[in-house]
Design a protein around this ligand. Structure first.
Ligand code: AMP
Length: 145
């Protein structure tokens, strides 16, 4: 059901793009934005979005903005690796409520993983300390190439 619908410009990520909601920014260019997830599933959990594409999910995304957002996802994942030195990195993306999607503005999760540490709960764990998120964002941003 939630695979189909109309893009809502009042969604939380659109508000972040417009500066109506705060975020701990990691990277921004003309087309894309990366910022810390406030309910991280692991320390260093980053979200990557296209700033102007109004796709609710991957299935709706046009080719050019998809390329831009994937390029940024790779760039930020490399920076996460350099900054945090995780054992592994999960890149995740959900389409529709039954898959776990809660925000209907296409986004990619970059989640550092450590051997033997279970993945935290999705979109429902504790809210991170904004100071910690700002520090993690700064450390990751310093490794963007
Ligand atoms: P999804 O469930 O795949 O749609 O992912 C949405 C993600 O957005 C979840 O991981 C939430 O923790 C995260 N999230 C929700 N509100 C905010 C916010 N204001 N700033 C940063 N991340 C958020």
């Amino acid at each position: 059901m939630s695979l189909d619908g109309t893009y809502d410009p009042a969604n939380i990520f659109a508000k972040i793009v417009r500066g109506e909601m705060p975020s701990a920014k990691v990277y921004e260019d003309a087309d894309t934005l990366a910022f810390m997830d406030v309910f991280p599933q692991a320390p260093g959990h980053v979200l990557v979005i296209h700033k102007s594409a109004t796709a609710r999910n991957l299935l709706e995304m046009e080719d050019a903005p998809l390329q831009a957002v994937m390029r940024t996802t790779q760039k930020v994942a490399r920076a996460v690796r350099a900054a945090l030195k995780p054992d592994a990195i999960a890149v995740m993306q959900f389409n529709g409520a039954a898959s776990g999607q809660t925000v209907y503005h296409l986004h990619f999760h970059i989640i550092p993983r450590q051997e033997g540490v279970p993945l935290g709960r999705h979109a429902s764990g504790g809210m991170a300390d904004p100071k910690v998120l700002a520090e993690q964002a700064r450390a990751i941003a310093a490794e963007i190439r």
